[in-house]
Design a protein around this ligand. Structure first.
Ligand code: PNS
Length: 165
């Protein structure tokens, strides 16, 4: 008799995604090397006033990554609760530089405390995307710089509209 099939491995990739960049897209692709399903979890309550509304951030992610095993959802409240609710066993976060480490380490420990069955996994982005962040993209776009290498064309278009350039 064959063993029962394993349950699908669900990974949650949380963030502000204001907006999604090629770096985020790269991490989602990497997450699929060990996850059957990736849930991109877009934080409703972003500490700083976001440039894009929640609906815009969700819509841009769906345009940038068309993959049937991907789900994009907004979440409010604790990430650990959300991870449990969607049946995730893994939280994915990107580590770009040493400066990311302290905050990420604290968050991983707190999330483990809140949801002991959920492991945080840190992924390293592609070398040429290491310097990339949503805040840099927003700043470059705000002053009319070229972001075409940094974001999906739909995001570039949305930035153009936001800044009227
Ligand atoms: O892209 P960001 O802004 O670095 O993402 C941070 C985010 C949204 C993942 C983090 O702030 C978060 O998980 N917020 C939800 C509230 C929560 O669970 N806070 C405790 C984490 S220890």
């Amino acid at each position: 008799m064959s063993p029962p099939p394993l349950p699908p491995r669900v990974a949650v990739y949380p963030g502000s995604f204001d907006p999604i960049t090629r770096g985020h897209e790269d991490l989602v692709r990497r997450a699929f090397t060990f996850a059957d399903k990736v849930v991109v979890a877009v934080a409703v309550n972003v500490a700083k006033q976001p440039l894009f509304t929640l609906d815009e951030r969700v819509a841009l992610i769906k345009q940038a990554i068309t993959e049937p095993r991907l789900e994009v959802r907004a979440f409010d409240g604790l990430l650990a609760e959300f991870a449990r609710m969607v049946g995730a066993s893994v939280i994915v976060r990107g580590l770009r530089a040493v400066s990311d480490f302290e905050y990420e380490f604290q968050m991983a420990l707190m999330n483990r405390n809140l949801a002991p069955g959920v492991e945080t996994v840190f992924l390293v982005p592609a070398f040429d995307l290491t310097y990339l962040s949503s805040s840099l993209v927003r700043e470059v776009a705000r002053f009319g710089g070229d972001v075409s290498q940094l974001v999906h064309p739909a995001v570039r278009q949305a930035l153009k509209q936001k800044f009227g350039r």
